[in-house]
Design a protein around this ligand. Sequence first.
Ligand SMILES: Nc1ncnc2c1ncn2[C@@H]1O[C@H](COP(=O)(O)OP(=O)(O)OP(=O)(O)O)[C@@H](O)[C@H]1O
Ligand SMILES: [Mg+2]
Length: 322
Amino acid sequence: MADELLRVENLKTYFYTLRGVVKAVDNVSFTLRKGEVMGLAGESGCGKSTTAYSLINLVPPPGRIVGGHVYLDGMDLAQMSEHELRRKVRWKRISMVFQGAMNALTPVYTVGYQIAEPMIYHAGMDKQKAMERVEELLSLVGLDPGIAKRYPHELSGGQKQRVVIAMALALNPDLVIADEPTTALDVVVQAQILNLLKELQRKLKMSIILITHDLSIIAELADKVAVMYAGKIVEWGPADVIFTEPKHPYTQALLRAIPRLRGPIDKLIWIPGTPPDLVAPPPGCRFYPRCTKVMDICRREEPPMIEIGKEHYVSCWLYAKR
Ligand SMILES: Nc1ncnc2c1ncn2[C@@H]1O[C@H](COP(=O)(O)OP(=O)(O)OP(=O)(O)O)[C@@H](O)[C@H]1O
Ligand SMILES: [Mg+2]
């Protein structure tokens, strides 16, 4: 693909715990184009954040990437040294709004200083210039530049989320990974943050990977959707196709769980049963114990990834030609 930005191939990231090996990301593949917004969806614990950390090769111990590739312009980030990743990739090419980042802002430094920090330390910008850029970034995310002098506790949740988004934009990355950027916010503020992301994407033409367990958020923003279940992508394709003609029984169930009016997460009707333990996932298809369309083969053999339409892939035995 000429306009390809990121290509992930057979990525595997495991956590080596006392309980055993947690296969949090197990053979994940997808591609992302320049300027494209991809939603990564799935229930809690399915490996969304671990996938995100893997893309910037920043998996926290006891986890590590044990296989696969993450290509960005021909560079394999999964194989790159920490030094090179810092020098060439993180913040500059790919930045991340970490899950819960707005609550992890340091209470003792001003907001302005915290936004300036990566510019000073990762891009070697001088302090004066970095502070000028901070003001620019604050207006870009819809905040009064005067907020630079304030401390995190003086800001509302929505303002703090705008600040962490500003941080991610500091060095003009090609890709921003936003991990649950609206989860802790009330419904009105959620909508404002989503609008901001939409606006920024249009203005800056960047790619976004938007991680959330709320498919209705993805529906508003994404060009592509990847649905994860128990460490694997079970369906991936254009958002309009996935939302109108979901193929995987898990995607279908997730879509049925979207409330009519967007309400609090705990009001969602989840799919019966729970995701498997990723130390010992079931053989065959990992979704089979909860699947209403389960067949014999699903219990025995892992389903292949099948191209079911244009750039639409599903990993399910229902669609395999046998
Ligand atoms: N530091 C860690 N040590 C051990 N296991 C971990 C660690 N971080 C994540 N895991 C495990 O890896 C799996 C995937 O977790 P991950 O946080 O990537 O899921 P998620 O989809 O982001 O969930 P959520 O929606 O709750 O944020 C889970 O089984 C989790 O328990
Ligand atoms: Mg997560």
